[in-house]
Design a protein around this ligand. Structure first.
Ligand code: CA
Length: 431
């Protein structure tokens, strides 16, 4: 089944080339065709895709008749400020649009290639547009699915001998977060203030968070809704997933430590999460399927799954001090996650909880097995006991004001590289 699907995706053919020039090591070859929303120079906001360093305006392309006969009744869905209505059309339509774009921008197709006049209508240089939030996020869930991350946190905050709590290998732990503060790359975030309880103090104090952190995560975007009471099986789960983004789940560790008992994170997490602007479809990631780690505790039947449900996606985090250069502080991989997206979604819906198009579900911090692959400053500096040294010579235990946090992700084999671009945010002083 999987092999057959792969063969039907013509747009994924690694031998395809575009008439748009694509820089070496671009995240956006013609095999990617991700989806996003851009504000154009004239102020209009349209749904777009990208090849190389060029943004392709899907609404204008549709207006010229090039997206006809794709089962899209009203092409004005590409004039929406979010992708939700397009996504709701379903997997066959996402597939058809990718195939059409792939064909139109193929090097051997002269239709658009040689029509210079029309190119100015739909083709824009990336630096001439402003990327927007690609979807209206209805509900947001954050999982906690990296065994290495959960183990590290358990060792630091609880008991090194029993770092994982008893439920951890039986279900993908998660919590409901807040969607209002999920923002697109380029949005800067103020350091939060709130309650913390300093070591040895009897009562809490109020002020700016002193232990400001990132969490390296990915998130998937729901592409097909369910009705209340319905459950999604692990084998059906991917039909409900439109694609993925990089997700920087900013965290205030000192606030978290004081507030999280007994209901979990609250103000330590809901003041800002920053996503990469391009939703990369699962279809584009198809060549990078891989096995999830072996689960050494037998799971209940509804969490069992078949086949390769994970993806080999390289992830990295860089810190750029004000006026300084970028220093890479972490490199990890999506494939390290113990619980895969299909299991997360099966668990999320097993009780009949309904999901909607545009809902976002984040992975939880993706830490790997080595200290360089830990996905948060909390782990990288082991709660501040092992500061990192940046290229400019300065040290970091956590994130300073005016630091820019950059997250990048890409999947790569010897034929093609499918990337996400970046999630970038600068941390501003407390407001
Ligand atoms: Ca998180």
């Amino acid at each position: 089944m999987q092999k057959q699907d792969k063969m039907m995706i013509k747009a994924n053919d690694p031998s395809l080339e575009s008439w748009i020039e694509i820089p070496a090591d671009s995240d956006f070859p013609i095999q990617n065709i991700p989806f996003g929303v851009a504000r154009l120079k004239n102020g209009k906001i349209h749904c777009v895709t990208r090849i190389g360093d060029f943004v392709i305006d899907l609404y204008e392309l549709a207006g010229l008749g090039f997206l006809d006969n794709l089962d899209i009744e009203d092409l004005r869905i590409f004039k929406q400020p979010v992708l939700n209505d397009f996504i709701a059309l379903g997997k066959p339509v996402w597939h058809a649009v990718r195939e059409r774009v792939s064909d139109l921008f193929n090097r051997d197709n002269a239709t658009l290639r040689d029509d210079y006049d029309s190119q100015s209508k739909y083709l824009f240089y990336i630096s001439d547009v402003e990327m927007q939030m690609p979807v209206r996020v209805g509900d947001y869930t954050d999982f906690y699915s990296s065994k290495e991350h959960a183990t590290n946190v358990g060792m630091m905050f609880r008991d090194p001998e029993n770092a994982l709590l008893p439920n951890w290998k039986h279900l993908p732990v998660g919590y409901h977060g807040r969607s209002s503060s999920i923002v697109v790359s380029g949005t800067n975030i103020h350091r939060p203030k709130g309650q913390t309880k300093p070591n040895g103090a009897d009562t809490p104090v109020f002020g700016p968070s002193k232990l400001f952190d990132f969490e390296l995560e990915t998130a998937f975007v729901i592409g097909k809704k369910t009705a209340l009471g319905d459950q999604v099986s692990t084998s059906e789960a991917e039909d409900h997933i439109f694609g993925m983004v990089i997700f920087n789940d900013l965290s205030a560790r000192d606030m978290q430590t004081w507030e999280y008992v007994p209901l979990g994170p609250f103000l330590a997490k809901n003041f800002g999460s920053v996503i990469s602007p391009w939703i990369v479809t699962l279809e584009a990631l198809e060549p990078f399927r891989t096995l999830s780690p072996v689960q050494d505790v037998k799971v209940l039947p509804y969490l069992e799954y078949d086949g390769e449900k994970s993806f080999d996606i390289h992830l990295e985090v860089l810190i750029k001090p004000e006026n300084g250069e970028e220093s890479k502080v972490c490199h990890s991989n999506f494939k390290y996650l113990y619980w895969n997206m299909s299991q997360q979604l099966a668990h999320h819906t097993v009780n009949g909880c309904n999901i909607n198009v545009g809902d976002m579900m984040a992975s939880g911090t993706i830490s790997g097995p080595t200290p360089e692959s830990y996905g948060s400053m909390l782990e990288l500096t082991w709660r501040g006991t092992k500061p990192l040294r940046l290229k400019d010579g300065s040290e970091r235990k956590f994130i300073n004001d005016h630091d820019t946090i950059i997250m990048r992700g890409f999947a790569k084999n010897d034929k093609v590289r499918i990337g996400f671009g970046e999630s970038v945010t600068k941390i501003l002083p407390v407001k």
